[in-house]
Each structure stands twice: as structure tokens, then as C-alpha cells.
Design a protein around this ligand. Structure first.
Ligand SMILES: Nc1nc2c(ncn2[C@@H]2O[C@H](COP(=O)(O)OP(=O)(O)OP(=O)(O)O)[C@@H](O)[C@H]2O)c(=O)[nH]1
Ligand SMILES: [Mg+2]
Length: 322
């Protein structure tokens, strides 16, 4: 047994052997930010980086879960294993159905090549991005060919999905009224594929035309012009085209060398974020602990000395204690 294998935590070994319960438990630990998860999470990292990670984001009720459901069926018919992560859904996936919405996921019972997970973002301030990223990575390491991630596109979560997904699909519906605002607020920039869902309703052609015009204007990094597809989950229609658009973007990532570039940029951000977290915690600890710094703070409050002086002292103190 190699040294690395010998040092692999048993949980990680079980996950690599396909133990779904071990996977589910580790994801729960990650969600709870339990430090006990770290050794397994770290040792699984080298097994990640193989999955196609597709983010589906967009305003409430546009049909993201319905599309995930149909994509899941499409991919399973192609024999691919699929992980599903739904972040803060109003209609959470659970046990093969989407609660509150009665949408059955297209999955034969006991299908071991599908793993579905809902995660709440509420009460996890700042931790959603981290938990989502790690969960996707664990499903990737577990061996899923494709991971589908559903997020509601509002504010911060848009950025998160772009940080996690290799292809970001922005879902909209024919009547673009409110969505145009959301698109302006950031969804437009992250789209690799636009999906005009509910194309069974009037106005889908006009919406697709509008989006196509918009994508012609934008000079995007890397030279990819977002694809625009129309789908309907009643019928259904356009699911294969949606997947083809995703696959085309994935192929572009490889042929253009963008995949590696993106990976490097994201991992840089991740590493800097991790360092920042640690440095922040350490700074707060030293500042609270050192009576001298606290007395300096009193003098800053009294306007006797300025904040810069104390910042210099704090940096010096950190250096000394390191
Ligand atoms: N007419 C029509 N209705 C659809 C279509 N796709 C989804 N719906 C309906 O739209 C509603 C919302 O669908 P979901 O799949 O739950 O949408 P969602 O974007 O996941 O919703 P949230 O997770 O709550 O943001 C449901 O009532 C669906 O039946 C479609 O293609 N055409
Ligand atoms: Mg949903």
C-alpha cells in the first residue's frame, strides 16, 4: 500500500468505493462546517476535476427544477452518472421528488448512478459558496460524470454558481419583464448558455431573438458567444438542444484552453479566500487578546493617536508572535 493510500481517511476510502451513505454524511459535515470533515475532504481533492458541472440559475419559478429533472433523465439514458445539488430551493429535491412541487425526478428507484442533494443557504451566512463548492467537488470525486447545480439567481448566488460550474445556464421565461432587471444585475455576464424555458407560452421567439442580439453586442472573454436555446418542460421540447449547447461550451473550454485558465483563476480565488479567512481569525484573536492593543484602542477612541498607528502595531505584533 502506498503511503498516500495508507493515510487516506477511512471515510474517503469508502466514498471512493461508492459508499453513498458515507458521501451523504460527509456532505452534511461540510454543510455544518464541521472541522472533522477536513481530512476526508482534503484527501478526496485529487480525485476531483473530472466532472462536467452545469449550473442552472435564474429567477424564481422559471422551471429550473423541471429542467434539471429532464436533463437528469436525458443523461441517464446516455448512461452517464449524475449528481444534483439544489441550493436554497423553494422546492427542494428530496428522496426522488421535489417537495412542494410534486415533480418526480426521472430516476428509477435505487439508481446508484444518481445522487441528489438539497442544501439550505439560510443560516449559513457566507458559507453557501463554500458548502456548494465542496459538495460539488465531493460528487465529482465520487465519480459522477455530470453534476447539475440549481440556484436561484439573485445577488450573491449568481457569482457562486459561476465559481462552481464549468458551464452556467441562465434560465429565463418568454415574458422578459422582471428578468431583464436580473440579467442586468449580473446574470447576463455569467451565462454560457441562455435557456428560454416555457417556450410553449407565447413570446419565446421574441425573447430568444432579444437574447441573441444581446449576445452579439457583448465581447466576452475567451471568445465564446453564449448560446440561446428554447425549451419547454411540458411536452417536453428542446432538452436535447439544451444539452448540446452545454456540450458545445464544454468542448470550447477544451479547444480554446479556457478550461485550465478558468480553473487556475478559481483556485487562486479559493486559496486567497482561505488565507483571508485564517488571517482574519488570527487578527481578531490577537487584537482581542493583547491588553496593550486594547489600551491603544482606548487612545484611538479618545483621538489621541490615529488608527494607522495601531494597525502598524498590530501587524508588528502578528509578526512577532508568528
Ligand atoms: N408552461 C410551462 N410551465 C412550466 C415549464 N417548466 C416549468 N413550468 C412550471 O413552472 C412552475 C415552476 O417550475 P419549477 O421547475 O419548480 O421552477 P424553478 O425555477 O425550479 O422554481 P424555484 O426553484 O422555486 O425557483 C411549475 O408549476 C412548473 O410546472 C414549461 O416549460 N412550460
Ligand atoms: Mg427549483
Amino acid at each position: 500500500m502506498s503511503r498516500r493510500a495508507a493515510s487516506t481517511p477511512p471515510v474517503a476510502r469508502r466514498i471512493l468505493q461508492g459508499d453513498r451513505q458515507a458521501l451523504a454524511r460527509l456532505i452534511t459535515q461540510v454543510e455544518n462546517r464541521d472541522p472533522a470533515a477536513l481530512p476526508a475532504v482534503r484527501s478526496l481533492y485529487p480525485h476531483s476535476g473530472k466532472a462536467t458541472v452545469v449550473g442552472l440559475t435564474g429567477p424564481l419559478g422559471v422551471g429550473k427544477s423541471s429542467l434539471v429533472n429532464l436533463l437528469l433523465g436525458h443523461l441517464r439514458r446516455q448512461g452517464r452518472s449524475v449528481g444534483v445539488v439544489a441550493v436554497d430551493p423553494s422546492s427542494p429535491f428530496s428522496g426522488g421528488s421535489i417537495l412542494g412541487d410534486r415533480i418526480r425526478l426521472e430516476r428509477p428507484p435505487g439508481d446508484s448512478d444518481v445522487f441528489i442533494r438539497s442544501m439550505a443557504s439560510r443560516g449559513h451566512a457566507g458559507g453557501v459558496a463554500l458548502a456548494t463548492r465542496e459538495t460539488v467537488r465531493l460528487l465529482d470525486a465520487f465519480g459522477m460524470d455530470v453534476v447539475l447545480v440549481e440556484t436561484v439567481g439573485s445577488g450573491q448566488s449568481d457569482v457562486e454558481i459561476h465559481d462552481v460550474a464549468t458551464t452556467s445556464v441562465v434560465v429565463v421565461v418568454p415574458h422578459l419583464g422582471d428578468e431583464v432587471q436580473s440579467l442586468k444585475a449580473g446574470l447576463f455576464e455569467i451565462a454560457d448558455v441562455f435557456c428560454v424555458n416555457k417556450a410553449d407560452l407565447p413570446g419565446a421567439d421574441a425573447a430568444a431573438r432579444y437574447l441573441n442580439e444581446m449576445t452579439q453586442l457583448g465581447g466576452r472573454n475567451g471568445g465564446w458567444r453564449p448560446a440561446v436555446v428554447q425549451t419547454s418542460t411540458v411536452g417536453p421540447k428542446g432538452i436535447e438542444e439544451l444539452w448540446t449547447a452545454v456540450a458545445r461550451h464544454e468542448a470550447f473550454l477544451d479547444s480554446s484552453g479556457t478550461r485550465q485558465e478558468l480553473d487556475r483563476r478559481r483556485l487562486t480565488d479559493e486559496i486567497l479566500g482561505l488565507v483571508r479567512e485564517r488571517v482574519d481569525a488570527r487578527l481578531a484573536e490577537v487584537f482581542a487578546r493583547e491588553p496593550e492593543l486594547q489600551s491603544f484602542l482606548d487612545r484611538v477612541v479618545a483621538r489621541e493617536i490615529d488608527p494607522h498607528s495601531v494597525a502598524d502595531r498590530l501587524v508588528a505584533e502578528i509578526r512577532r508572535s508568528a
